[in-house]
Write a protein that binds this ligand. Structure first.
Ligand code: ATP
Length: 406
């Protein structure tokens, strides 16, 4: 199988060149594997061009190719979207990826290879490449989340309808607090390349509420939208969803709205959708979006919207995010009758954790920040009067799409 090696020399702490020179390439030669090409990306957007040119030069037909990718989730996102946007008369072959985590957060890698304290730091980063060189070809097909931003259905008279924007995520699609954090943390990247910049941006945004409404559709085969019941640790039908009327409508305001595909975490310890990789792997599972939502009006102590109410709720939102670092304990948090966040009892859950096949997010026109959508770190803006629709997708067949060596 043709083999391409790519790394982003500026992702994360910029150590990927040394890692490839000292460990990845020597490991390949120990196994008598000679890559067809080894390339460092030279700019944003380059990874997609490298892969597209490689496919054009090597793939005689629909034969699969292997790509060893040293980067974070952002470069993978870029690569998937670049290939999707290339005009091509034939479907692209299946791309088998061996990931070398070199970014800041490495959500996909740390979900597939949950880190442990005992890992040797270098050997830990080589697990996917080890799976590739072992020749066992054990891989999982990646599901994708396809987000379409659409303009209002009625165009302004005299103006052509705005084109739809499409972005494909392999990890996360979010709005509300997470999209605001990613929007603001990008501005902090140059001064703070570490994950601390996400915490700084979180503090800047923790008191905001987002005015929007959302709809949820069942995943294929499920019949209903599911919600996680922490008491039984099972997915159960959402109270609004029946086989006859499956669509769930939720009204804002929202504080948190984040949907994952393939992953259970966004950083090694931040297990925000703790059941998020259940549907990966075995055949027969249909792709799903796991959506983590926090809406302040579920709080029994809520009476009116004011600065003081938002400041008080910020502490509860902070407790939810903190519990996500405790092995995903946030999905079991509840309100007691006074609105205190507790880990036991049978009050309403603080988090609504839904599993669906698609969701729609329609921001109120007046709320500019509710128009941000984050797709694997890329920030998109919903046009006024428009909405975002995110749909889970599985590869069309075994010979196309992406899979990961695990
Ligand atoms: N040579 C390059 N120079 C500048 N930017 C680059 C180069 N190669 C890739 N990029 C850009 O770097 C951005 C960040 O890369 P990547 O996602 O790999 O790392 P990260 O952001 O540090 O990690 P993570 O996504 O896990 O947080 C990508 O959006 C990509 O477009």
């Amino acid at each position: 199988m043709p083999l391409l090696v790519i790394y982003n020399p500026v992702s994360g702490d910029r150590s990927s060149k040394a890692l490839f020179d000292n460990h990845v390439l020597p490991l390949l030669s120990q196994h008598n594997i000679t890559p067809d090409k080894v390339v460092a990306t030279e700019s944003a957007g380059h990874a997609g061009t490298i892969v597209f040119d490689f496919l054009a030069a090597t793939a005689a037909g629909s034969d699969p190719v292997s790509v060893i990718l040293g980067s974070g989730d952002g470069t993978l996102h870029e690569l998937i979207n670049a290939l999707n946007n290339q005009p091509s008369s034939k479907p692209l072959p299946r791309i088998h990826l061996a990931l070398v985590p070199s970014g800041t957060a490495n959500a996909l890698y740390s979900s597939l290879f949950p880190p442990s304290q005992h890992d040797d730091p270098i050997q830990y980063k080589l697990k996917s490449v080890q799976a590739f060189v072992s020749g066992k070809h054990s891989s999982v097909a990646l599901n994708l989340a396809v987000t379409v931003l659409s303009a209002p259905p009625v165009a302004t008279p005299g103006l052509p309808a705005a084109p739809k924007q499409v972005s494909i995520s392999a990890v996360v699609t979010s709005t509300a607090l997470h999209a605001s954090i990613l929007h603001d943390s990008e501005a902090l990247r140059a001064s703070d390349p570490s994950m601390e910049r996400f915490k700084t941006a979180a503090l800047q945004n923790i008191t905001r509420w987002y005015a929007a409404s959302a709809k949820f559709y069942p995943r294929e085969g499920a019949g209903v939208v599911e919600v996680y019941d922490p008491a039984t640790q099972r997915w159960v039908p959402h109270e609004q969803s029946t086989e006859d009327e499956p669509i769930v409508d939720l009204n804002g305001p929202f504080v948190y709205f984040l949907s994952t595909v393939n992953v259970d975490r966004l950083e090694p310890a931040f297990r925000i959708s703790p059941r998020g990789k259940d549907v990966l792997g075995p055949k027969g599972n249909t792709a799903a979006l796991d959506v983590v939502i926090v809406r302040p009006m579920r709080d029994p102590s809520y009476d009116m919207d004011s600065e003081a109410t938002r400041a008080a709720f910020a502490e509860k939102a902070g407790a939810v995010l903190g519990a996500a670092y405790q092995d995903g304990a946030h999905v079991a948090l509840r309100y007691d009758e006074d609105g205190k966040v507790v880990a036991e009892g049978d009050g309403p859950t603080v988090v609504e954790y839904l599993r669906c096949g698609a969701w729609e997010w329609e921001p109120d026109d007046i709320d500019l920040r509710a128009h941000f959508v984050c797709a694997d770190g890329d920030i998109l803006t919903i046009p006024n009067g428009g909405k975002a629709t995110c749909t889970a997708a599985t590869p069309m067949s075994d010979s196309t799409g992406f899979s990961l060596y695990v």
